[in-house]
Design a protein around this ligand. Structure first.
Ligand code: SME
Length: 155
């Protein structure tokens, strides 16, 4: 498994080399899922009005393709504009179940200034799978994606 520094370098290169935001998001999702075995489900939700709409993802299909702001851990992270790590999803009343195997989750908002554009959502089948280093990695990836999503296309 690559170190988080190496993984971030790969993701930076991939995202910056891909002018199309949708393709940059899909590549980032695929690279994260393939590189970190404890990341069981990796997806990106995009904010559309008052709801989060599921974009690219890898893992089992989720029943939660549209999540209103404020609902679930995803909706809470978007409303609070802050990363949320849940060590035990079954102990968190906000949790919307995606798969019975999921034990922990991290949700990282993709922000442009004070605006939420979307979020990176990762589930793990392991309890307490996410720590500060996952948060740092994914917040850096979210910033790269925000740049790509809001960049003026020149091609
Ligand atoms: N668990 C999320 C819902 C999305 S699925 O994990 C893909 C939540 O509680 O908001």
């Amino acid at each position: 498994m690559p170190s988080h520094d190496d993984l971030l370098a790969t993701l930076r290169q991939q995202i910056q080399a891909e002018p199309d935001a949708a393709r940059a998001m899909s590549r980032a999702v695929a690279t994260l899922k393939a590189s970190v075995p404890r990341y069981s489900w990796v997806g990106i939700y995009l904010l559309d009005g008052n709801e989060l709409v599921l974009g690219p993802y890898q893992g089992k299909p989720s029943p939660h393709t549209h999540i209103p702001l404020g609902r679930g851990i995803c909706g809470a992270a978007a409303a609070e504009k802050a990363t949320i790590i849940v060590d035990d999803v079954n102990a968190d009343p906000r949790y919307l179940a995606c798969s019975v195997e999921t034990r922990s989750e991290i949700v990282v908002p993709i922000m442009k200034g004070a605006d939420v554009l979307g979020e990176i959502d990762i589930d793990s089948d392991q309890l307490a799978a996410f720590d500060d280093s996952d948060q740092r990695l994914l917040e850096a990836v979210a910033a790269l994606l925000a740049e790509r999503m809001t960049a003026t296309r020149t091609d």
